[in-house]
Design a protein around this ligand. Structure first.
Ligand SMILES: [Zn+2]
Length: 478
């Protein structure tokens, strides 16, 4: 691999590139699904290719090929050079890369059990057992269980002398139980929305999910929701479970702190951001209880790696510190506009995509209260669990989220179950109303974050715990 990367870089340099980098990526994935007692999918897929990025006269060119050898290195580098030259003719502002010490090294996800070494029969056996437990509940009409595992082997080199290799192993699984009556459909998922939860780690992480012991509860809650009361429309105290906090962080902090978005480069497709650079270091984003970091080093994080796709080492940086907006997710190109170094957030979906600024693990740091004490110290409110729907404007300011289930909080205790819970807010006001974050912190993985044109799917992580918010509008419909 190193010889092919060096050949591509030499060809790019000889052809006039001021900077070039080359990536070889081999990605293997397995997806298994059991639906209503039947095996619905057993997909094993793999792809392998080379991508080259070249900077000529201040403009980028990118090209890729699924053949990985010295001839394709020449061909791909040549195409990247031609695209860069063509782009330079319509350039608005030349690209300037922030300085970076060239990385040399290797990173391998820590894991105990290689998920590709576990037999398909054993994996399906687990899913079939969980599926059977869901289907024992009367009222459950659709029972789905799925597992997804990934191994990504990459090599990256640059004309500045960087050369790094990485092996990222990911494992995830989950379930969905759908109950129906004559006039209603209700769903419960576990452990995360859409039955999808992914971490970097081995098969041991799937075993730790305790899918079997949770299946009966998930099935019975989906059925019980059919006869639950609608979430009332009011303004009250809301406690969100850790998974919904993770989604809230994703949409209202992760996306708006992407610097390409804040600078307007992503405006045409994914939107802009209310967090403009003039607010950096001064704007009150949340209460003192709100501390959010971008941390590509968090164990188990779906956004954990050794180096990003510009060869920048994984980092931990504050985005929000004691409630104040203090940092962005950046690339070398965007960081230079703020006279900063890259925060190491450039990632590409695969070898045939150009890297973009992507969330790593965007973690809300935990507080000291247990979630039980958070509820016990709340006289009147609503506890909401697990994301079902989301809507947020282009600036990432006005939002409405729905969860699968909620319970009324009365006198510090959970009482009536509510269906179709929703809450709305405006990002900074909402986070400023956060008066406590609980201590039940763990990593949640979102395997379906989309960005870019053509869209690139990315796995991102969120460390999150339950959190309490005051004076929130709930029960808004439509
Ligand atoms: Zn996203």
């Amino acid at each position: 691999m190193k010889a092919v990367i060096e050949r591509a870089l030499d060809t790019a340099s000889a052809g006039g590139a001021a900077y070039a980098d080359a990536r070889i990526v081999q990605k293997t994935s397995e997806f298994l699904m059991v639906k209503d007692g039947q095996v619905a999918a057993v997909n094993l897929s793999s792809d392998y290719g080379l991508g080259v990025r070249a900077l000529v006269n201040g403009s980028w060119g990118f090209a890729s090929a699924s053949r990985v050898n010295t001839e394709s290195a020449d061909e791909v580098a040549g195409r990247a050079l031609r695209i860069a030259r063509a782009s330079a003719r319509v350039q608005e502002k030349p690209v300037v890369l922030a300085a970076q010490d060239p990385s040399v090294g290797e990173y391998i996800t820590p894991y105990e059990s290689d998920p590709f070494d576990v037999s398909t029969e054993d994996k399906l056996g687990l899913l079939l057992r969980v599926n059977d437990l869901l289907r024992r509940e009367k009222g459950v009409k659709v029972a789905e269980c799925a597992m997804e595992i990934y191994k990504t082997e990459k090599a990256f080199g640059s004309t500045e002398g960087a050369y790094v290799t990485q092996t990222i192993v990911e494992s995830g699984a989950g379930m969905e139980s759908t109950a129906t009556s004559d006039d209603d459909i209700q769903k419960r998922s576990f452990p995360n929305s859409f039955g999808r939860q992914v971490v970097t780690g081995g098969y041991e992480e799937i075993e730790k999910l305790e899918l079997e012991s949770n299946a009966p509860r998930i099935a019975s809650e989906s059925a019980a929701l059919l006869s639950a009361a609608e979430c009332p429309a009011t303004t009250t105290t809301v406690i969100l479970d850790a998974t919904q906090v993770a989604l809230q962080v994703h949409e209202s902090c992760g996306h708006p702190t992407e610097l390409d978005r804040a600078l307007g480069y992503e405006a045409s497709f994914a939107g802009t951001s209310f967090l403009t650079p003039d607010m950096l270091g001064a704007f009150r984003y949340g209460s003192d209880a709100v501390n959010i970091v971008a941390d590509a080093t968090t164990p188990l994080g779906a956004g954990t790696f050794g180096y990003d796709d510009e060869g920048v080492p994984a980092q931990r940086n504050y985005l929000v510190k004691d409630g104040i907006f203090v940092g962005y997710l950046t690339s070398r190109e965007t960081a230079s506009e703020l006279d900063q170094r890259s925060s190491g957030a450039m990632r590409a979906e695969s070898w045939n995509h150009i890297p973009l600024i992507r969330m790593t693990n965007i973690n809300l740091m935990p507080g000291e209260t247990s979630p039980e004490d958070l509820i016990a110290s709340t006289d009147d409110g609503i506890y909401m669990e697990l994301n079902k729907s989301w809507s947020i404007d282009d600036l990432r300011l006005n939002f409405q989220f729905g969860t699968e289930i909620a319970w009324q909080i009365e006198g510090g205790r959970l009482t009536n179950m509510y269906k179709n819970p929703t809450y709305t807010g405006i990002t900074p006001q909402f986070w400023q109303s956060c008066d406590a974050v609980a201590n039940n912190w763990r990593m949640w993985g979102t395997p379906n974050c989309g960005k870019g044109e053509p869209v690139q799917g990315m796995h991102v992580g969120h460390g999150a715990a339950a959190a309490r918010f005051r004076d929130v509008r709930v029960g808004v419909r439509g």
